[in-house]
Design a protein around this ligand. Sequence first.
Ligand code: NAX
Length: 331
Amino acid sequence: MVSPVTVMITGAAGQIGYALAPQVCRGAMLGPDTPIILHLLDIAPAETALKGVAMELVDAAYPLVKKIVATVNLEEACKGVDVAVMVGGFPRGPGMERKDVMAKNVAIYKGQASALQEHASPDVKVVVVANPANTNALILSNYAPKIPKENVTCLTRLDHNRALGQVSERTGVPVSDVKNCIIWGNHSSTQYPDVNHATAGGKSVRELVNDDEYLNGEFVTTVQQRGAAIIAARKFSSALSAASSVCDHVRDWVHGTPEGTWTSMGVISPGGDAGYGVEAGLMYSFPVTCAGGKWSIVQGLAIDDRSRSLMDATAAELKEEKTMAEELIAA
Ligand code: NAX
């Protein structure tokens, strides 16, 4: 008998929460044999909607689900959590400055960090989805020093999957045979989607596509701007694909990446050569492989000059966000 795993979803009454909870309950995150205890957290104004989500989950009668806790109490939600998916946060509204959104999220993530380190499992695995995802994750990590730094990550798997999807569309190779794209840096429009090491059907994507102008131009901007394109088309931001990518992120982290395949995750940079020269302590998206519940940055990839400058530009934005967050914390 496999022991149940306790999964917390914050912001569970929101769009991504509504798409994610059923996927977790069906086993898409932890596999078809792992029983789930699901903790759903939202804030008081969303309490009724949260109850509605919990009612639907009960009505779906998922065989894997052992218990559902739907609460607006942070401590109760964090109790005994093994996997924490941080989707809740303060969204950037029309006319709001980046600094104002950051100030709200710094306060939220500081509080959630303390609650997690006090009440969650000591080896809780955390993935931050809410934007600014990298910096929220960094704040959480800094304010939860008892949680190992390598256990706090942010989601760039959606961007990674978007890159795989674009290569598949362009080449006609099924997405399952497209491998090893990389998202470097921030989950923002400065991210660098890199296909220099990617393959499709076992062939180099650069050689197969044979169009550097497209791969260095339209491909990159399509992936960077995909979130905005979804909002323009659907009038709501990505939810189904975000939820699916969260499941991919956690599943690969817990169960390992397939042989010969890497993924992208926002993780703490170790600095130096191991971190491709990205300043130590930035929460930066790297190519990683996972085994035994741990991630490792793929080492020794050749980086050309064009890639270097794009990797540095997204690092510079993250450094700016980090400084802004530190100033807000000190204020
Ligand atoms: P919604 O506004 O639909 O849902 C957010 C939910 O969070 C709401 O129910 C709200 O009440 C709740 N919330 C707010 N403060 C909270 C707190 N302190 N504790 C617990 N819950 C709280 O947004 P949704 O479309 O679900 O998106 C959620 C977040 O994901 C946003 O920040 C969004 O920008 C971010 N995204 C990140 C992506 C990524 O790849 N990293 C992609 C998708 C998405 O855009």
